[in-house]
Design a protein around this ligand. Structure first.
Ligand SMILES: [Zn+2]
Length: 88
């Protein structure tokens, strides 16, 4: 199954929690290999988890997730549609 970015975003928390089944995990990893946006999302999400795992209390600003998703949606619009060579 080929995942698009939105699928991957849905799977990211499961990916980091290690709760995905093996096939889904493989599909997510395959997508992350060639998608800069999703790799960036994964990195930011992981950083947030590291911060929250710290002793310090770390609160995300209200609306953080909405703004993140809005920004991602904007970034998606800026990506050209599927490039012919990208399927290799
Ligand atoms: Zn992606």
């Amino acid at each position: 199954m080929v995942l698009n970015c939105r699928h991957v975003w849905d799977y990211i928390s499961g990916y980091l929690d290690n709760t995905l089944d093996a096939q889904t995990r493989t599909d997510v990893e395959k997508h992350l290999e060639h998608c800069e946006i999703c790799s960036a999302v994964l990195d930011s999400t992981r950083n947030i988890l590291i911060l929250t795992a710290d002793d310090r209390v770390f609160e995300l600003p209200v609306g953080f997730s909405e703004r993140l998703h809005a920004r991602l949606a904007q970034a998606m619009l800026e990506i050209p549609p599927d490039e012919p060579e990208s399927s290799a």
